[in-house]
Design a protein around this ligand. Structure first.
Ligand code: BTN
Length: 254
């Protein structure tokens, strides 16, 4: 199959892999160029954030993109927000206009309040502490979705998309990602942050954030300049949260 991709991308299509991130990390460590993109039909050990597994049946999109942005480690988190935006912008033309596309902190994409896609970023630092390479793993539920998950899930087809396959979702993602990546390199995180906040689920609402040892409830007041979630709680100073899982009240995720 011929993919319609900008010359920046060098796609490697595989059949069954443990995880496209595993494949891409090996290639990155061996010196593969930025733009190398591993794409697989299924994964036997698909990984999600926070040590979870990622359900990987045939028909969905599993890709891992190698980047070498030449920045420090904060750039990695910024690019994960950009990846979520590129998923959202890539799928928006493929689904009915009535379906709400929202971003759930940090990098999930929701359709009508249910998770359709996630991002898993893995990186390696060079000897001077800068980013040597970065692998952005993207999973999009095109056809199937897991029924029993911590957060309710959905797929593009379940939300009314017709006549599409993983390849066209991949093309949409790559197109949106590349234009956002070029802007990010020129202008930095501010524009990414603004675009992410424009479609953030639960902003200004009461949310729950599950951290490793505790669950906090408070108002989702915004994102700081590094992408940390700002949680406002009565009588306390704002808390900046860099790692956790957000749960939204039913009305806030639309
Ligand atoms: C999450 O939301 O927890 C992140 C999910 C990331 C899944 C993708 S699928 C392609 C790539 N390979 C993996 O093993 N994980 C990512």
């Amino acid at each position: 199959m011929t993919l319609r991709l900008a010359p920046f991308f060098d796609p490697i299509a595989l059949d069954t892999v443990t995880s496209t991130n595993d494949e891409a990390m090996v290639l990155a460590a061996e010196g593969a160029a930025a733009g190398t993109l591993v794409w697989a039909r299924t994964q036997t050990k698909g990984r999600g954030r926070r040590g979870r597994s990622w359900s990987s049946p045939e028909g969905n999109l599993y890709l891992s993109l190698i980047l070498r942005p030449g920045r420090d480690a904060t750039g990695a988190a910024e690019l994960a927000f950009l990846a979520a935006i590129a998923i959202g912008e890539g799928i928006a033309p493929l689904i009915p206009a009535s379906v709400a596309v929202r971003y759930k902190w940090p990098n999930d994409v929701l359709l009508n309040g249910r998770k359709v896609a996630g991002v898993l970023l893995e990186s390696s630092l060079g000897p001077k502490g800068g980013l040597d390479w970065l692998v952005i793993g993207v999973g999009v539920n095109v056809l199937g979705f897991p029924k029993r998950t911590g957060y309710p899930a959905t797929s593009l087809v379940a939300e009314g998309a017709e006549g599409l396959d993983a390849a066209c979702v991949l093309e949409g993602f790559c197109q949106a990602f590349l234009s956002g990546y070029e802007r990010w390199r020129d202008e930095g995180f501010a524009g990414v942050r603004r675009r992410w906040l424009g479609r953030a689920a639960g902003i200004g609402e009461t949310i729950e954030v599950r951290l490793d040892g505790e669950t906090l409830s408070g108002i989702f007041a915004g994102l700081d300049e590094a992408g940390a979630l700002i949680l406002r709680r009565a009588g306390e100073e704002d808390r900046r949260i860099s790692a956790g899982e957000v749960f939204l009240p039913a009305a806030a995720d639309r």
